[in-house]
Ligand binder design. Structure first.
Ligand code: KG4
Length: 351
């Protein structure tokens, strides 16, 4: 007698030996997730602070840490409730140790230490960047080492060579603004609201990317560094001209700005993959939710014979699952956190 399909499915899933709680509070999202040691996400909860910071047009660090304190217990409880698990069921806690806003980081890190102490379960501190770099492993189709990863968020724009779960080489990073920061600043200049990236992207959908020619900072030959501050200044000067001399459509401005950011991000990633003869590319960080970036990177990878791994948008933005996964890998390499560990504001990963 054949089993009903659901039973076959359950029987086919391997048993989970370890359950990991991931906690993320580095910036303005309070997130937690429960993960099996096979990378299966059992539950994931993200509480956004967009409404708290909206009227300021950017993140106010003091408000961010207070908001984390207000919601962290509820976020963790909801994560356990959704997975149908109890606190005692977990074997490990992975928590973001840095980089980020110190006040925000301290909330999640202290919470994780307290849980670890009371439950008598180990914890490990995770570099937020490692979470983004490994987030592609949370999908069904996973990359093979080595691969190039472009991580673009509100705080970072960086290219890494990822050689294993613990070996990362920084190939280049922004010398001034991060790509997401440039999107946020341009949105503020154009009064489009906060968070700026999605607002600029929405406006760009109705604009012509070739309407205005903005500068591309390619920097020195072969450099994998980025620079976006000149681009932001160019948008500001176009905006001022618009006020005094002529009418420029905001959608055209947004589409032309986005085009300039996307072209540099994509071409520098492809160039790095050629220089190092790497065939797999991974995209991560909040800006990788940008549709123009996703389609351009897909097109260029197809044309250049590279395999692109694009995690789902909810795995590209800050989340607890990527921290749980990176924490599991750190734990499996033998590392354990101690109660003396402290948070850090800047990452030195891969340097
Ligand atoms: O990784 P993330 O969620 O958080 C941190 O930076 O810590 O990234 C947030 C950044 C913000 O700057 C936001 O404006 C940008 O990602 N972003 C986007 C889009 N969605 C979010 N930028 C461009 N297009 C988008 N669709």
């Amino acid at each position: 007698m054949s089993l009903p399909p659901t039973k076959v499915l359950i029987a086919a899933l391997p048993a989970i030996d370890m359950k990991v709680l991931g906690i993320e509070s580095s910036c303005d999202d309070t997130a937690a997730a429960l993960l099996g040691d096979d990378g299966r996400i059992l539950s994931s909860v993200i509480s956004s602070q967009d409404l708290v910071h909206h009227r300021f047009g950017g993140i106010v660090p003091e408000l961010a840490s207070r908001s984390h304190i207000e919601v962290i217990t509820a976020v963790v409880e909801k994560t356990f409730h959704r997975a149908g698990l109890e606190l005692a069921d977990i074997d490990l806690i992975g928590v973001t140790q840095g980089p980020g806003l110190i006040g925000s980081l301290l909330v999640g890190f202290s919470y994780a230490k307290a849980l670890s102490y009371t439950l008598e379960k180990p914890f490990v501190g995770v570099d937020h960047m490692a979470g983004h770099l490994l987030s592609a492993f949370l999908e069904d189709t996973t990359p093979r080492f080595p691969y190039i990863a472009l991580i673009v968020s509100g705080g970072t724009s960086a290219l890494f060579l990822v050689k294993s779960f613990s070996e990362f080489s920084l190939l280049g990073r922004t010398r001034d603004d991060a790509a997401g920061e440039a999107f946020d600043k341009v949105a503020r200049l154009l009064d489009l609201g906060y968070p700026g990236g999605p607002a600029v992207a929405r406006s760009a959908e109705h604009g012509d990317p070739a309407a205005l020619t903005f500068p591309r900072a390619w920097l020195e030959d072969g450099s994998s560094d980025f620079s976006f501050s000149g681009l932001k200044t160019a948008v500001m000067s176009q905006r001022q001209q618009q006020n005094s001399e002529r009418k420029i459509s905001i959608p055209d401005l947004c589409a032309s700005f986005q085009e300039a950011v996307v072209e540099v991000l994509v071409e520098k990633t492809i160039a790095a993959s050629h220089q190092l003869a790497i065939s797999s590319i991974v995209l991560g960080g909040g800006v990788s939710a940008n549709q123009a970036l996703r389609s351009r990177m897909s097109e260029r990878c197809r044309a250049e014979g590279k395999q692109l791994f694009l995690p789902a948008p909810e795995l590209c933005t800050d989340n607890g699952a990527m921290i749980a996964y990176a924490g599991l890998k750190i734990f499996q390499s033998g590392h354990r956190g101690t109660l003396d560990d402290d948070v850090f504001s800047r990452s030195h990963l891969g340097q």
